[in-house]
Design a protein around this ligand. Structure first.
Ligand SMILES: [Zn+2]
Length: 306
């Protein structure tokens, strides 16, 4: 049987299939998980210019955004944007990574007595660069008495303690007292200002939430740090996908990674035209026809999540 190494992490996948009709490759990689890739992206795109760190972060991105039932679809456009896609994950702090391991354990265990296996290959899932960092974090969580562990050859079997569940439950209540709401949208449309004002007034009417957006006239390192800081402090974010702006995709993905709720909206003709990107189409969007309609739906949605 023909074999091919994983396009992203270059390890030999334990499962590889090609759909002869569409020319799409299906991979099951022990590190990156399940994904589909077009033949063109697989054969033509050269990832040599991408740093190893960026490849590792992208491997984690694929792992976290893909399932066997709904595998992420990689094409040439996506592979050419790897440095931009992974940018938010470069800014995660050590404690955010530690907390993401704890959140993974809490989300995976269904009951108080469920053991969860964490494989050393799983380090990419937490946007770490080496398996050793995952070992360090597991030992730290153990020392803090958040978990009990059994050390196996290539994985740890972990059990959250009551202290661990306590910390996990606190982590889930992110920014519950925050009034800030970050709004991600495409600025380059004639309705952008109206759209922001509509979202702003819907937020205010719900619970006096204060909607903020980034300044579109600036695109430097400072503004990126400001966006990250605003997202981290938000109770939830509103992401409007009209116009398919890449920045909106990254900001929504970053918020999701932090466990911050994301309300997705999109002009209805773009939803109907199936213009939405493969990695967001699987989530429900509020389709809007006009501002009155959007505001009404948004208020109903906000009231449901807060
Ligand atoms: Zn891989």
């Amino acid at each position: 049987m023909e074999t091919k190494n994983c396009k992203i992490c270059e390890s030999s996948p334990n499962n590889f299939k090609k759909d002869l009709r569409s020319g799409i490759f299906f991979f099951t990689c022990p590190q990156c998980g399940y994904y589909q890739i077009t033949e063109e992206a697989f054969e033509v795109i050269n990832l040599e210019s991408i740093t190893d760190d960026d490849k590792t972060l992208f491997s984690g991105y694929v792992r976290n955004n893909s399932t066997r039932e709904n595998p992420l679809f990689l094409n040439t456009e996506m592979l050419s944007k790897i440095p931009e896609i992974v940018l938010p994950y470069k800014r995660l702090t050590v404690m955010e990574k530690v907390n993401s391991v704890l959140k993974y354990l809490g989300n995976t265990a269904k009951t108080l007595t469920d053991f969860v296996d964490i494989y050393l290959n799983d380090y990419v899932r937490f946007y770490l660069f080496k398996p050793n960092s995952l070992i360090t974090i597991i030992h730290f969580l153990h020392k803090q008495k958040y978990i009990r562990i059994q050390d196996k050859t290539d994985h740890y079997t972990c059990l959250l303690t009551i202290e661990g569940w306590g910390k996990y439950e606190k982590l889930k209540e992110i920014n519950v007292y925050s009034k800030k709401v970050f709004v991600a949208l495409e600025f380059n449309t004639d309705f952008a200002e109206d759209l922001f004002k509509t979202i702003q007034s819907a937020c205010y009417e719900c619970n006096e939430f204060n909607a903020v957006k980034s300044d579109p006239s600036q695109h430097d390192e400072k503004i990126c740090d400001k966006i990250i800081a605003d997202i981290k402090e938000s109770r939830f974010i509103v992401a409007d996908f009209t116009g398919q702006n890449q920045g909106v995709y990254y900001e929504a993905g970053y918020a999701m990674g932090l466990g911050i709720p994301v309300i997705r909206t999109c002009k209805e003709d773009e939803v109907d035209d199936k213009k939405l990107h493969f990695d967001t189409r699987q989530y429900p969007h509020i389709p809007w026809g006009n501002m009155v309609d959007l505001k009404k739906q948004l208020i109903a949605k906000i009231k449901r999540i807060v």
